[in-house]
Design a protein around this ligand. Structure first.
Ligand code: SAM
Length: 282
């Protein structure tokens, strides 16, 4: 028996018109649609008159549901995977199903469409030749700063997904760890209140801090340059001297560099963690 095809179908990230003719046709033709949230997707499906059987596939049932879907695919059922918004598998469930389907010899066909990261990048006005998509940062500030400190020297545009609640805290962490560089906050893309807030991190924080930030956001950060990492480089050189000499603890080395450079403690601390991490990696 021929196995069915697994279609990975991109759906709108806000504006219902942002779906391709092909996506609508495939969703009308498949035997089964696996959706991250069936209630949420019903709105889109009924808007386009799509009435195919629907089942759920989300983070917490992905193992059991994944096995079920693979069995059905093996029997010849065609399945379309959709997520709540944008492209499945991109900061959304699906990767494991795709990997298992490929391993089982099942055809996996992408049906392209929007993804918030690329949509934001296309109109951000930042370099587009190379970029690094990092999905969501850790919720906890310590881990988040550590991750960001490790990215401070990255010569490509950085793209993050973030919740509106954490936006200001993340922008402040970015400024502390990566220097006051250019940033774009893309909010509510393709929706009524679509907005791009552009400027250096300090300006954007000032613009946003007295507002209630609602909706969905993407953060895009300009690449590291010698200019915007000069402060970080000088604190790194001092830290290296004090830490690697082995005479000072991390805390004391950070305190000394803060005294000598006048740089924010958070920034110096994040740099110290990054140095320690790179020592471990050697
Ligand atoms: N699979 C989706 C994609 O392809 O973009 C991403 C899903 S992820 C769970 C949801 C995050 O994507 C949001 O928290 C936000 O950071 C970003 N996002 C999704 N839709 C957006 C929109 N219309 N405007 C801005 N950001 C959006």
């Amino acid at each position: 028996m021929n196995s069915g095809t697994l279609y990975i179908v991109a759906t709108p990230i806000g504006n219902l018109e942002d779906i391709t003719f092909r996506a609508v046709r495939i969703l009308k033709e498949v035997d089964l649609i696996a959706a991250e949230d069936t209630r949420h997707s019903r709105k889109l499906l009924s808007h386009y008159g799509i009435a195919r059987p629907l089942t759920s596939y989300f983070d917490h049932n992905k193992n059991i549901k994944g096995s079920y879907l693979l069995e059905r695919l093996a029997e010849g059922t065609s399945v379309a995977l959709i997520s709540d918004a944008g492209t499945p598998c991109i900061s959304d469930p699906g990767y494991q199903l795709v990997r298992d389907a490929v391993a089982a010899g099942i055809a996996v066909v992408p049906i392209p469409g929007p993804s918030a990261a690329v949509t934001a990048l296309s109109a951000a006005g930042l370099p587009t030749d190379s970029f690094t998509f990092l999905g969501f940062l850790p919720n906890r500030q310590g881990k988040r700063r550590e991750r960001l400190a490790g990215l401070a020297g990255e010569g490509r545009v950085l793209i993050f997904y973030e919740s509106p609640r954490r936006l200001l805290a993340t922008l402040a962490d970015l400024r502390d760890t990566c220097g006051d560089r250019e940033v774009v906050v893309a909010r509510e893309l393709t929706k009524v209140y679509e907005e791009f807030v552009r400027g250096c991190l300090t300006e954007v924080i000032e613009l946003l801090q007295n507002r209630e930030i609602r909706g969905e956001v993407v953060i895009l950060v300009a690449p590291a340059t010698e200019e915007n990492t000069a402060d970080i480089a000088s604190s790194a050189a001092l830290l290296r001297r004090y830490l690697l000499a082995g005479s000072l603890s991390l805390k004391d080395a950070v305190a000394r560099v803060v005294r000598e450079t006048g740089l924010p403690r958070g920034e110096v601390y994040a740099e110290a963690l990054r140095l320690k991490e790179s020592q471990h990696d050697q």
